[in-house]
Design a protein around this ligand. Structure first.
Ligand code: GPK
Length: 837
């Protein structure tokens, strides 16, 4: 019926443009066509970069077709949709994933080989899309993959940063940050210059009485306008036709390229300056992880993105001509942390000020639409914005926030008349100087569900930061969805040989869509051939990493040594300092041994990687110490292969794909109660490595699933942390003896420049040891001894690894998405084939 209005010639032509390559020769023809025409490159100028571009563009053509069909299908069926609002999407590379999901990787591999290229070289030409800091942003990327793979009608909304997370260089042992300009060739995005939204900032609110309705009306006026332009990124599902959309907003000055009034009055330079000022909104990703810095430009980013996304969502809803009360039956919006909390007052503003709904009716729509995911209970990470800043930038939103707060506090007062002291505690407004808006409270009040990301974390959410809210709303509003990872990228792509070995036993790769099938692997734990192949794969992955280390750093490491890896953002709570102090202890121990004794020790390679926020001085000290220790240890002839210390530069998603499959042990050693979940712990175990970890985040659930004989747990428990911290100040503080020896070595200059490590040592000895490094040190060192012993009997070790892999089915992000869909979103998958699409 809809098609009837389209001229017949156009309908036919459209159908024909959709020819898709299916053979090697067709692939080659497509890729070469793109190299010759799209890139205008001659045969004599076809290098690896050009081959990458040709391959990417050929696959892109195929994706676009599926993507258009999916979007048409969703438009016709008009089901309830999920909108995942996240300031970060840490996608990594797209080509390998596109080839896997389209299902023609082997054909492309043969085709490229005909053209004289190796697949790995071509895939590694791509720059990472690094629009995120760490776990939170990578989780969003895994969720997009799962939502598409499970056929959920889902959109991601984010910002199109011109500069993603900075590139890290290590110069003389120090971190140096280089801007990441990643957009010079990005075939995976589609500018939608026709999808543009004007966003207002500043200005004032005018109130008047509408005579005809007798209602008070608020008008936000005289503001400054910036335009949001949509850039769309296709998100293909695995083995399904569903290809969802990630919409990223880019900022530009409103009114076309220039302000023509200024231009005509001869003020050309200032109109260019306006343009550049508008563009700064989406210019750069803030490089802080688990830290709130309260910068004005960051608040502008948040509102810009929330307002553009909501405009888009509301526009789509209005096309359906349904009544407003249907909005929550058509729209579920998930807030990835508090960064998009302004979407709550923004939707209330749209409904009340623009659409003319009554406050209460609007508010019930808002509450039923939003869900909020909390990712941390650490106080320094909980967002607050100053009232004067909000008043200046978003005057109408501040009023709305005050009204939300008033209604909420009145409700609390009515319900708990005897607990007036609670009002100050739960108020959205903190009565400080200046006053602050507590974004997490606003997110809780404006959502129908609040979830943490692992069981312990969700318990802490309920019993600490939102304790009063559990009392006010009841326990059912608060829930848990334990994080997961996509097995497509983190098993099949990163570790194809292990994926294929599993597939050979399970009769194909179906487990990549139903990871619980991994439990069938346990049957092969005693199968000689299986075990041998499993070990060979791990060894090959370690050889690959050893080669990478040699190529990038010039250091030779022995792939037969125990590879001990800690890669994640550098943060005091993640305790890379505990790890490097442990490494120093190991070095001192080795130095005391005779050469004969030393030969009996399990050789180790301690591998670190991760970025420090540019303004996080103590984290940078940790990086410096790791590099300083590496320099001394790696040059020590006496030590040789017994110990090597490596700091891998510029850890990112594509490097994680090489590093993760190569671990024997990985470290997840945060102070108990601080790491909400962690997700790399899951990746390492799924790839056949064991972990050493504290009883924190998802480590606890991993232990429950894989069995405590297959994990190395150590350290104090979350429930004891408060008392231990207290004891550091009020009782005699006893520094662990082995740790004291480590500090002595550092102070005496064993690793050079003792001065520059003073602060790191003092944070333990003089400043209260907030992260309990000394309390956990002994248990940490003892557990590493157990690891050394366990590794000596390779047979038992392999049994542990295989058993652990087979019990990891729970940790797929597909399970997470089904849980969100059922408990929070109330959405169903949409069959991609309905409507004959
Ligand atoms: C949590 F609060 C934050 C943050 O600002 N950035 C970030 O990456 C992480 N997180 C947690 O630290 C991890 O424990 C968790 O697995 C991840 O979010 C995803 O939930």
């Amino acid at each position: 019926a809809v098609e009837a209005s389209i001229p017949e010639g156009q309908r036919e032509a459209y159908g024909q443009s959709a020819k898709e390559f299916t053979t090697k020769d067709e692939f080659e023809a497509e890729a070469v066509k793109h190299i010759e025409t799209t890139l205008a490159r001659s045969l004599f100028n076809c290098d690896e970069a050009a081959a990458y571009a040709g391959t990417a563009l050929a696959f892109r053509d195929r994706l676009i077709i599926e993507w258009n069909k999916t979007q048409q299908n969703q438009t016709f069926a008009n089901p309830k949709r999920v909108y995942y609002l996240s300031l970060e999407f840490l996608m990594g590379r797209a080509l390998d994933n596109a080839m896997l999901n389209v299902g023609l990787k082997d054909i492309a591999k043969e085709g490229l080989s005909d053209l004289g290229f190796r697949m790995e070289d071509i895939v590694s030409q791509e720059r990472d899309a690094a629009l995120g800091n760490g776990g939170l942003g990578r989780l969003a990327a895994c969720f997009l993959d799962s939502m598409a793979s499970l056929n959920y009608p889902a959109w991601g909304y984010g910002l199109r940063y011109k500069y993603g997370i900075f590139k890290q260089e290590i110069i003389d042992g120090y971190q140096v940050e280089i801007p990441d300009y990643w957009l010079d060739f990005n075939p995976w995005e589609f500018p939608r210059h026709d999808v543009a939204v004007d966003i207002q900032f500043y200005g004032n609110v005018r109130k008047y009485m509408d005579e005809s309705t007798g209602k008070q009306v608020s008008v936000w006026e005289n503001g400054e306008i910036v335009t949001a332009v949509a850039f769309d990124v296709p998100i293909p599902g695995y083995q399904t036709a569903t290809t969802n959309n990630l919409r990223l907003w880019s900022s530009k000055a409103s009114g076309g390229e220039f302000d023509f009034q200024k231009f005509n009055s001869g003020d050309y330079e200032s109109s260019v300056a306006d343009q550049q000022r508008a563009e700064t909104i989406s210019a750069v990703l803030y490089p802080n992880d688990n830290l709130d810095r309260g910068k004005e430009l960051r608040l502008k980013q948040q509102y810009f993105w929330c307002a553009a996304s909501l405009f888009d969502i509301v526009r789509r809803f209005k096309k359906s001509k349904k009544a407003w009360k249907e909005f929550p039956s058509q729209v579920a919006i998930q807030l990835n942390d508090t960064h998009p909390t302004l979407a709550i007052p923004e939707l209330q503003r749209i409904l009340v000020d623009i659409e003319g709904l009554e406050w209460d009716e609007a508010w019930s729509i808002v509450q039923n639409t939003f869900g909020y995911t909390n990712h941390t209970v650490m106080p320094e990470a909980l967002e607050k914005w100053s009232v004067p800043l909000l008043q200046y930038l978003l005057p109408r939103h501040l009023q709305i926030i005050y009204d939300i707060n008033l209604n909420f506090l009145q409700y609390v007062e009515r319900t708990f008349p005897k607990e007036r002291e609670m009002l100050g505690r739960v108020s959205i407004i903190e009565e400080s100087q200046p006053k602050m808006v507590r974004m997490a409270y606003l997110a809780v009040i404006g959502s129908h569900k609040v979830n943490g990301v692992a069981e312990l974390h969700s318990d802490l959410v309920r019993t600490t930061i939102f304790k009063d809210f559990v009392k006010i709303y009841g326990p059912d509003k608060f829930t848990n969805v334990t994080n997961g990872i996509t097995p497509r990228r983190w098993l099949h792509q990163a570790n194809p040989r292990l994926s294929d070995l599993i597939a050979s036993k399970l009769g194909g790769h179906d487990f990549l869509k139903d990871l619980t099938m991994l439990n069938q692997v346990e049957k092969y734990v005693d199968d000689k051939a299986f075990r041998k192949e499993f070990q060979e794969i791990k060894y090959a992955n370690k050889v690959r990493l050893a080669k990478y280390i040699k190529d990038t750093m010039g250091v030779s490491v022995n792939p037969a040594a125990l590879f001990d890896i800690q890669v994640k953002r550098i943060h005091e709570y993640k305790r890379q300092q505990l790890n490097i102090f442990g490494v120093i202890h190991r070095y001192l121990t080795l130095k005391k041994m005779s050469p004969e004794e030393r030969k009996k020790v399990t050789p180790r390679v301690s591998i670190f990687g991760g970025k420090a926020a540019p303004g996080y001085w103590q984290a940078k000290n940790i990086i410096h110490l790791i590099n300083a220790v590496g320099k001394v240890v790696n040059a020590d002839k006496e030590i040789g292969d017994a110990l090597k210390v490596i700091f891998l530069e510029d850890y990112n998603v594509s490097k994680a794909e090489i590093i993760t499959p190569a671990s024997d042990i990985s470290e997840h050693i945060s102070t108990a109660g601080t790491e909400a979940s962690g997700t790399s712990n899951m990746k390492f175990v799924l790839n056949g490595g064991l972990i050493i970890g504290t009883c924190d985040g998802a480590n606890i659930e991993i232990t429950r699933e894989i069995g405590e004989q297959n994990i190395f747990l150590f350290g104090n428990l979350a429930e004891d942390v408060e008392d231990l911290r207290h004891a550091h100040f009020y009782s005699e503080f006893h520094l662990d003896d082995d740790l004291a020896a480590v500090f002595k070595a550092i102070r005496e200059g064993m690793f050079g420049d003792a001065e520059s490590f003073t602060a790191l040592v003092n944070s333990v000895t003089d400043h209260g040891d907030y992260y309990l490094v000394s309390d956990d040190f002994h248990s940490y060192v003892e557990t590493h001894k157990l690891i050394d012993e366990a590794y000596q009997s390779q047979e038992e070790w392999v049994t542990k690894c295989i058993t652990a892999v087979s019990r990891m089915g729970f940790f797929t992000s597909d399970r997470c998405i089904d849980e969100y869909a059922e408990m929070i979103w109330n959405v169903e998958p949409l069959n991609p084939k309905v409507n004959g699409a």
